[in-house]
Design a protein around this ligand. Structure first.
Ligand code: ATP
Ligand code: MG
Length: 879
């Protein structure tokens, strides 16, 4: 079976068992503060599992793009070195939300693996939770008994809490799990060591393929467990591992998922896969990471230096580094594999071909810039090594290695490799300590304590979406509401309360649009809502203080003025998007957006700087549509297929259900869940305030509307008026300013001329006053002069009197004293030194300076003693 056929067979098997097949959620997570990337199939069902939403169907199945490179699941360092962990992989899963439980989950897993896929049952082992005294939990005998119907007892293995008790996080749903392992060793090896001894022992040929999780408890903040009202089945099977098993391979990389990519990369590097272990690891790292990076960019996550973007940057750098060190790649190379990836996976994931050009451009730029960093890092490292060697050391300090890693992105293993080549080591312990210290700092800064949810008013979720909280804010800014539940969140900065309302007009921050603020008013009191966030589909109201009567009925009131400004800016974003596509072309795709009451920011794919004419044109188009006062047409709960027929613009990396909301203003049609103006006239006017680049192939526009434009015009107008009155209300401002500039230029050259004449006169006076001391001409005096001119004069005098000359000028300029000393060359030869002389004399003017033996200057603070200082110079010259 090919990879594609295997994917389809899983779906159709569970469809035949009454499951609804749903699409994969995006890999980049947008509305869960605890998670940057999807790392398991269950992520997208979190709100259902937590009881915050009702499922569309109690049985569902899918294949989910996962990324395990950060947080609780981080396999990054394994990837490439072993043959069965990936950064990005597909997880096949089936779910029961309060429907079937262990019996069906295990039987169907068996039926699929053994009856449908024909994997040899003798190669299979199942693990069950052995129980835990400290938790007061027994062995999962229920699961064991079901497995016994299929497997001999010696193929059922007890596992501890670490492997066989699954938890979503520190709190929340959890329960025992059973894993299915496959032994794919040769007959001879199996005869030597029975497979049961290798289960969960990191043997690359006895690996876990499927984990069946039986969620039946809820972990509370105090660590105790309580029963879960609606039990959940959550299973996850690694697609790449399954394919490898079915294709009879001993490595995931030998399947048709990876071979085409490895072939292209090996050709590029002029090597063959399977001949040199080091090169093989590099090839595996590169083809694995390529997928993760390309999918992340396609989902809208660009590499950057913070959060999710930084994780992607690190993955890319790891791949570049392996290619650089082991495959001799000195120029960007990974991006060249993108066409092969698109050819292989583009059918199943249309976001790839649609954005191929952008993906390649972004990758190429990132790669090139990191390769430059590598080169600089190597130079720096060489300096560190040389210094350590000079001091007779055998290793470089962990601190230096850490600085290279942290500041220059220079990985430790590369530092070690380069050191080893020069018979040096790295103090790894010191490195680890620095790393730990940094982590501790980050953790302390970000530590959050979540209290348990306190239920105030039970809610029966009897609205259309089955959610415990219904959003009514498209039509209302005020609405009667009850608090369903709340919890306290404590952070370093202090604590706040998160409150969920049964019905709310407050928009929770989402899709770039900021959350609403406002108040909750009851017959007893009024409390402020400082912000609203959206988490797993639910609006969380942030309060600094809980009401004293939380059970009361409230009027939830949004700050209307702020909301109207936000709406205008959101609508403006749509008009801007459309105008950009008209002016620049349909390759323009939204890549980021921020909508606030003060203005908007819009990031989009486009490969060059916009010209001032293009910016004007876009503004004019948008303003024209604002003047047309186009009314909002809104399609709520609209079937997605119908929406596509309307020509609605969908965003990559966004999760859409079967029913969507479409927002239409004339020809601008977008999938959008945000708040909008009732008609475009409410926007007043748009003004683009900046256009810039934020990454390869991505531009950013900042713009304002309505009142903010009015403010901007006021400021500009005031400025112009002030300027005009400054210029005596000149009728033609431009001509007046031009004239002033020309006049100024003329005056400046006159001043220069005057200054140099003055200097010439001064020089002549100085020469007239010159004395002879022991055959040396001493030209000295205190004069009002710019230090630069004093220097010029000194050099002119040196040229005029090439022998036996001492110049000692004290000058005052801008109330600051300067000493200038110059000696003819023959005096320098005799051992006299202008630098030393001026340094000594400068003490008298409370200053310092220096220079060369034939010419030196010094500045100071005290003008009064300048004359004494000049005399001192002549004295110090010992003529
Ligand atoms: P392992 O112990 O092998 O790392 P796990 O216990 O982390 O696996 P689960 O969290 O139970 O795995 O995930 C469910 C399934 O997803 C696993 O049985 C496996 O088939 C697959 N899987 C997990 N991590 C990876 C990975 N990094 N790459 C590919 N497949 C994976
Ligand atoms: Mg794991």
């Amino acid at each position: 079976m090919t990879a594609k056929e295997i994917r389809e067979s899983f779906k159709s098997f569970f469809e035949s068992k009454g499951h609804l097949i749903v699409p994969s959620a995006p890999m980049v997570v947008k509305d869960d503060p605890t998670l940057m990337f999807t790392n398991a199939g269950m992520n997208q069902f979190k709100d259902i599992i937590l009881g915050n939403a009702t499922p569309k169907s109690r049985r569902q199945a899918d294949t989910q793009k996962c990324l395990r490179v950060s947080g609780k699941h981080n396999d990054l360092e394994e990837v490439g070195h072993d043959t069965y962990h990936h950064t990005m992989f597909e997880m096949l899963g089936n779910w029961s939300f309060g429907d079937y439980f262990k019996k069906e989950a295990i039987s169907w897993a068996w039926e699929y693996i053994v009856d449908v896929l024909k994997i040899n049952p003798e190669d299979l082992y199942a693990t069950v939770f052995e129980g835990s005294k400290e938790e007061g939990l027994e062995r999962d005998n229920e699961a064991a008994q079901i497995w016994e119907q299929f497997l001999p007892k010696d193929h059922i293995i007890n596992g501890n809490k670490h492997d066989n008790f699954w938890e979503m996080g520190d709190t929340g749903p959890c329960g025992p799990c059973s894993e299915l392992h496959v032994d794919s060793r040769s007959k001879e090896e199996k005869a030597k060591v029975p497979g049961r001894e290798l289960v969960n022992k990191d043997d690359p040929q006895v690996i876990e393929i499927w984990n069946l999780v039986f969620m039946q408890y809820n972990r509370k903040a105090d660590g105790s467990l309580e029963g879960l009202p609606a039990k959940v089945i959550d299973t996850g099977m690694g697609f790449e591992r399954l394919v490898r098993t079915l294709q009879g391979k001993t490595s995931n990389y030998d399947t048709d998922i990876f071979q085409p990519l490895i072939k292209v990369m090996a050709d590029m590097a002029g090597c063959k896969y399977g001949e040199d272990e080091k090169k093989d690891i590099a090839l595996r790292v590169i083809v694995d990471h390529l997928r993760a990076i390309a999918f992340a960019i396609a989902d809208g996550q660009l590499p950057s230096n913070a959060k999710a973007g930084y994780v992607i940057r690190r993955i890319l750098r790891r791949a570049v580094r392996y290619g650089y060190t082991f495959l001799g790649q000195k120029e960007a190379f990974i991006y060249k594999l993108v066409p092969t990836l698109v050819a292989e996976m583009g059918d199943a994931f249309p976001e790839l071909p649609a954005q191929q050009k952008l993906i390649m451009k972004v990758m190429q730029e990132e790669e090139s810039s990191f390769l430059r960093t590598l080169e600089n890092g190597i130079k720096l490292l060489q300096g560190v090594i040389d210094e350590a060697k000079e001091k007779g050391k055998k290793e470089i300090s962990g601190e230096k290695a850490f600085t290279l890693f942290d500041t220059f992105g220079f990985p430790l293993d590369l530092t070690e490799l380069i050191c080893r080549e020069q018979e040096m080591g790295v103090d790894e312990k010191g490195f680890d300590e620095c790393m730990q210290q940094q982590k501790d700092r980050a953790r302390n800064a970000a530590q959050v304590q979540l209290g348990d949810w306190v239920v105030v008013n039970e809610n029966d979720n009897d609205n259309e979406n089955g959610s415990i909280s219904e959003f009514v804010g498209y039509d209302n800014t005020e609405y009667p509401a009850h608090i369903v539940k709340y919890r306290e969140v404590t952070q370093k900065k202090g604590s706040v309360f998160e409150v969920i309302l049964d019905k709310t007009p407050f928009y929770g921050e989402m899709g770039g649009e900021v959350g609403d603020s406002g108040v909750l008013v009851s017959e007893y009191e009024e409390v402020k809502v400082v912000d609203t966030k959206k988490e797993n589909g639910i609006a969380i109201h942030i309060l600094k203080k809980m009401p004293e009567h939380p059970e009361a009925e409230f009027m939830a009131c949004v700050d209307v003025e702020s909301r109207r400004a936000i709406e205008a800016n959101h609508t403006c974003t749509h008009l801007l998007d459309q105008a950009l596509r008209e002016v620049l072309g349909t390759h323009v795709e939204q890549k980021g957006s921020l909508v606030t009451a003060d203005g908007l920011r819009f990031d989009f794919s486009h490969f060059e700087k916009m010209t001032p004419e293009q910016i004007r044109e876009v503004e004019h188009i948008v303003n024209e549509r604002i003047r047309q006062n186009i009314p909002l047409e809104e399609f709520r709960d609209y079937p997605i297929e119908e929406a596509k027929k309307l020509g609605a613009i969908a965003l990559f990396g966004e999760k859409y259900g079967d029913k969507v909301r479409v927002v239409k203003f004339g020809d601008s049609v977008e999938f959008c869940g945000g708040c909008h103006a009732k008609s475009t006239g409410c926007l007043g006017m748009i003004r683009i305030t900046s256009e810039s680049s934020i990454a390869a192939g991505i531009r950013r526009i900042e713009a304002i509307t309505g009142k903010e434009v009015e403010n901007l015009f006021d400021i500009t107008q005031d400025f112009m008026n002030n300027l005009r009155s400054l210029l005596n209300n000149a009728p033609d401002l431009m001509a007046t300013i031009k004239k002033a500039i020309a006049e100024n230029k003329e005056l400046q050259s006159q001043v220069e001329e005057f200054k140099s004449q003055n200097a010439k006169k001064l020089k002549e006076t100085l020469i007239e006053k010159a004395r002879e001391v022991n055959g040396v001409k001493v030209i000295s005096g205190v004069v009002p002069l710019d230090p630069q001119l004093a220097k010029d004069i000194a050099f002119q005098l040196r040229a005029q009197f090439p022998e036996n000359l001492l110049v000692a000028i004290g000058s005052v300029y801008n109330e600051k004293p300067t000493l200038t000393v110059s000696l003819s060359d023959n005096l320098v030869k005799d051992g006299k030194n202008a630098g030393q002389i001026v340094r000594e004399a400068a003490k008298l003017i409370q200053g310092g300076g220096g220079g060369q033996p034939h010419f030196a200057t010094a500045g100071g603070k005290n003008c009064d003693d300048l004359k004494t200082a000049v005399t001192k110079i002549i004295e110090l010259a010992k003529l």
